[in-house]
Design a protein around this ligand. Structure first.
Ligand SMILES: [Zn+2]
Length: 356
């Protein structure tokens, strides 16, 4: 209802220093003319500092980030904060309401519509309002995503490592796996980063779920950013025990099914597979033919099919080659117990392990 709306968005006017404001901001309208409002938290610190935005559910069925933002909005004390946090709890409200990835009308991808245009179609107008009102006034950004439905992805960060300011942010956030690239030129991350607002995409797990281990890891990453940019004196820097940076030229491959049937995953619980290891088998319903899919090289599985039936051409998993040095670091981390969290959410990735 329009009476709930606090407008305009103005950090210094509407949200005085040392306070938190939670409100809904209209971004577009339904066919019925009702306002579509996104839930927003602004935490304006008592002290000066950078403005950091956190965005979730730009794809409406990607929920882990929604939980991350709820927790952060609750935990941060404005009287200790140096700078401002701008939290857009659910960006793509129309898609969120129908629990799907795209804006339901014409299946528009909001994350291909930035920075948006005020006079174009719905996605463009939507993106324009969000970008102008909330993102453009910021200095740094973190955009939370998950895999698309029926797949899951290893927790990782996507960032343009050609941009030093982005690398600084990625180091502060402390992701182990970093996929480098500019990304789609109209994604939120690319547009913001190009305009001098270093921004990361955080990819975590699967759609339609809250995955506590990943949510906690993302909150630790945000804490690391708050620490690195001197935004929160009690924040803890992130310690990176191993890191793999994937440049655009490095070998990564979607391994696809060549036969139809039922998929049984054999890898795990750690994402590390050796060349020749069985990743999965695909069998027909009578088990007369069983196809074994082996790892073509030693690497880590960063994405995997969850729907356990496959047809020729279906992606089974996304394998990233690792060198012996990264592998040693990984194995050392596992031996030290640093990998325990990964092992538990490694099990969560596997569709055959059931729903968590
Ligand atoms: Zn997404």
């Amino acid at each position: 209802m329009p009476t709930r709306v606090v407008e305009p968005y103005d950090i210094d006017g509407a949200v005085p220093p040392g306070t938190r404001s939670q409100f809904r901001s209209p971004v577009c309208e339904t066919y019925l003319g009702d306002q579509i409002e996104i839930p927003v938290t602004i935490i304006n610190g008592e002290h000066d500092g950078p403005r950091l935005f956190l965005t979730a559910a730009i794809h409406g069925d990607e929920l882990n980030g929604v939980k991350v933002l709820q927790e952060v909005a609750d935990r941060i004390n404005p009287s200790e904060l140096h700078g401002t946090l701008v939290l857009l709890h659910v960006v793509n409200v129309p898609a969120y309401l129908s629990q799907q990835r795209y804006i339901p009308i014409y299946d528009q991808d909001l994350n291909r519509a930035f920075p948006g245009k005020p006079t174009s179609n719905m996605a463009e107008r939507f993106a324009h309002k969000v970008f102008k009102r909330f993102l453009e006034p910021c200095d740094l950004g973190l955009d939370f995503h998950t895999s698309t439905r029926n797949r899951t992805t290893m927790y990782h960060v996507r960032a343009d490592i050609e941009d030093d300011a982005v690398v600084e942010l990625a180091d502060a956030f402390g992701a182990n796996l970093l996929l480098s690239g500019e990304g789609d030129e109209r994604s939120l991350r690319s547009v913001a980063s190009r305009r001098g607002i270093p921004t990361l995409t955080v990819e975590m797990g699967k759609a339609h779920r809250f995955q506590p281990a990943l949510i906690e890891k993302a909150i630790e990453g945000i804490d690391g950013v708050l620490a690195a940019y001197d935004m929160y004196p009690s924040a803890t820097p992130v310690e990176i025990t191993w890191q793999k940076v994937m440049g655009p030229a490095e070998e990564k491959r979607w391994i696809r099914a060549d036969s139809g049937g039922l998929v049984d995953m054999h890898w795990g619980p750690s994402p590390l597979v050796e060349a020749g290891d069985t990743i999965c088998t695909i069998s027909d319903h009578f088990r007369e033919e069983v196809t074994v899919i082996e790892a073509p090289f030693t690497g880590i599985i960063v994405g995997v099919l969850e729907n356990p039936i496959a047809a020729p051409g279906h992606p089974i998993c996304h394998l990233v080659r690792i060198d012996s040095e990264t592998r040693e670091e990984l194995e050392q981390s596992m031996a030290d117990g640093e990998f325990d969290g990964y092992r538990s959410y490694g099990q969560q990735w596997m569709g055959s392990a059931g729903e968590e």
